[in-house]
Design a protein around this ligand. Structure first.
Ligand code: XMP
Length: 510
């Protein structure tokens, strides 16, 4: 496929954002570590060099050979990428004396430059760098400066190589997306044809070709990724897609039956497997969070393996892997670190893991998965569901797990989540849930003393779950929810709201 952008990652925390911004312009982008240049560069129309925590002046400075790219394809260096282009081409980069973090405003030195089309003088950009470009290489033209950064943007004469010190990918660079669009559309002449509909058409055709009339097994979780992967595959191979939806007994209230019905209504060939007893039996008496997780993981593999044997002659295992799971990250110390490693002993793998793997969403970011889901006609409520951990309520019941505790937490969680929906708060929260604490406290109901359980409610805002902050839910909502829980759920006499951010806390309590 042509009309792709190659983003070479030098380890910046913003590299994924560059990828997303380019995709938002309906242009496909791929991120590769700086030291793994793809062999076939003909697939890429333009190249962007990312920022980096490293300094070009350091001994560990990385400088890949770009001779196959420079002057041959439109090239844009961002931050470290710009310093790289300056430093290794006869310019000079020094430690900066002034503070160069945060907001700055562009002043154009060269007018009518297509690179800055539709961007006005004074436009706010975001800086984040400790080094600065003191002298430009020869045969370059300065395009823009800011108050503190003289060489904020420049280009190499006679070629389509641009360099900018600011970060166009971050939200605070007001016209950053326009700058990227100018580079990719005006200068690199790329087409803005990467849309969810185009992705669906292309992927369905590819899946048909790849899988033919072989059978595929897919584990549905009720979450967005596996659901979208299933519908996409179903569109390509119909009934040859065999979906398995396992009830581990730790799902939300009524989730198993409702989601199963929803999947069936979508025409999926889905088998529900209620293995609740098998999971809960193996968890009896277990309080350690990691052992709970491992037990649930093990039982899931056993159940899934048993079920996959019932699908005769299956050749493929489909997974809802998405792009952030597969991007190889570059470590800040220079060496690339491969984050995805297989520690499995191949001989000991369960049978289903010996199948060929198909991952139709592995080039998509989460928001793109949602857009593709919408283009496939998947219900909005399913696409907008909050993330839910694989081990389910097991890691929200602190201490050991019993069917009674699961039932209590399911009721509490349902009141909380239904309330968020009724109050139009559900979509404003990234993730919400309730924790059952191993704490009894004294209360009074009517004239009677109670000594019952305490639950904690947690609602967070986040973009990826890596960092999160608690949500300032309205007091009236918390008041009503707390009342409902204590009045309607026997065994609970106290409700607290978690006001911890991540870090230092985590989203789940275990
Ligand atoms: P923490 O608690 O680490 O959670 O702040 C971050 C995000 O990951 C989810 N989470 C899990 N998901 N298996 C999963 O599939 C797990 O063991 C697990 N633990 C946490 C959590 O719900 C949040 O969205």
């Amino acid at each position: 496929m042509q009309n792709k952008v190659l983003i070479l990652d030098f380890g910046s925390q913003y590299t994924q954002l560059i990828g997303r911004r380019v995709r938002e312009l309906n242009i496909f982008s791929e991120i590769k570590p700086y030291n793994k240049l793809p062999e076939d560069l003909s697939e890429y129309t333009a190249v962007i060099l990312s920022g980096s925590p490293l300094s070009v002046r350091g001994e560990d400075a990385v400088h890949p050979d770009l001779s196959e790219i420079r002057g041959k394809k439109p090239l844009l260096g961002v931050c470290y990428g710009a310093q790289y282009l300056a430093h290794f081409n006869g310019g000079s980069v020094e430690k900066s004396n002034t503070r160069e973090y945060g907001r700055a405003n562009l002043n154009f030195v060269k007018d009518n430059e297509p690179f800055f089309d539709k961007v006005s003088t004074g436009s706010q950009v975001w800086m984040s760098h400790a080094d600065t470009i003191k002298h430009l290489p020869e045969n370059t033209t300065l395009l823009a400066s800011t108050h503190d950064v003289e060489n904020a943007a420049f280009k190499f004469d006679g070629e389509e190589t641009y360099a900018i010190q600011f970060h166009p990918e971050v939200y605070h660079s007001k016209d950053g997306k326009q700058v990227l669009e100018n580079f990719l559309v005006k200068i690199a002449k790329m087409e803005q044809t990467w849309t969810p509909d185009a992705f669906v058409d292309k992927t369905v055709a590819e899946l048909k070709e790849k899988i033919g009339d072989e059978k595929v097994i897919l584990g549905l979780s009720g979450g967005v990724d596996s659901s979208v992967a299933a519908v996409l595959l179903h569109k390509a191979i119909g009934k040859n897609l065999h979906c398995i939806f396992v009830n581990n007994g730790l799902l939300r209230k009524n989730e198993y039956s409702e989601v199963l019905k929803q999947y069936e209504g979508m025409g999926l060939n889905v088998k529900g497997v209620d293995a609740s007893a098998r999971f809960l039996d193996d968890l009896v008496g277990e309080s350690d969070p990691e052992t709970k997780r491992k037990t649930i993981g093990r039982v899931f593999i056993e159940v899934f393996d048993d079920e996959s044997h019932l699908v005769e002659n299956a050749k493929w295992l489909a997974q809802g892997t998405i792009y952030p799971d597969v991007i190889e990250s570059v470590s800040a110390t220079g060496g690339p670190s491969q984050t995805i490693k297989s520690h499995h002993n191949v001989g000991g793998l369960p049978d289903f893991m010996k199948l060929k793997v198909v991952e139709p969403l592995k080039m998509l970011f989460k928001d793109e998965v949602r857009r593709v889901g919408a283009s496939l006609g998947i219900d909005k409520a399913l696409l907008g569901r909050h993330p839910f951990p694989g081990p389910g309520l097991a890691i929200r019941i602190l201490g050991d797990i019993t069917p009674e505790k699961v039932a209590i937490l399911q009721e509490v969680d349902a009141i909380f989540i239904d309330g968020l929906k009724k109050w139009d708060l559900y979509d404003k929260v990234w993730q919400a849930g309730a924790m059952l604490l191993p704490v009894n406290s004294v209360g009074v109901m009517g004239d009677e003393r109670t000594y019952e359980k305490c639950v904690a409610l947690r609602a967070v805002e986040s973009t990826d779950g890596m960092t999160a902050d608690w949500v300032n839910l309205p007091y009236e909502f918390l008041q009503k929810t707390s009342n409902d829980i204590i009045n309607k759920v026997p065994g609970v006499n106290r409700v607290v709201y978690d006001i911890s951010s991540k870090p230092p806390a985590t989203i789940e309590w275990e």
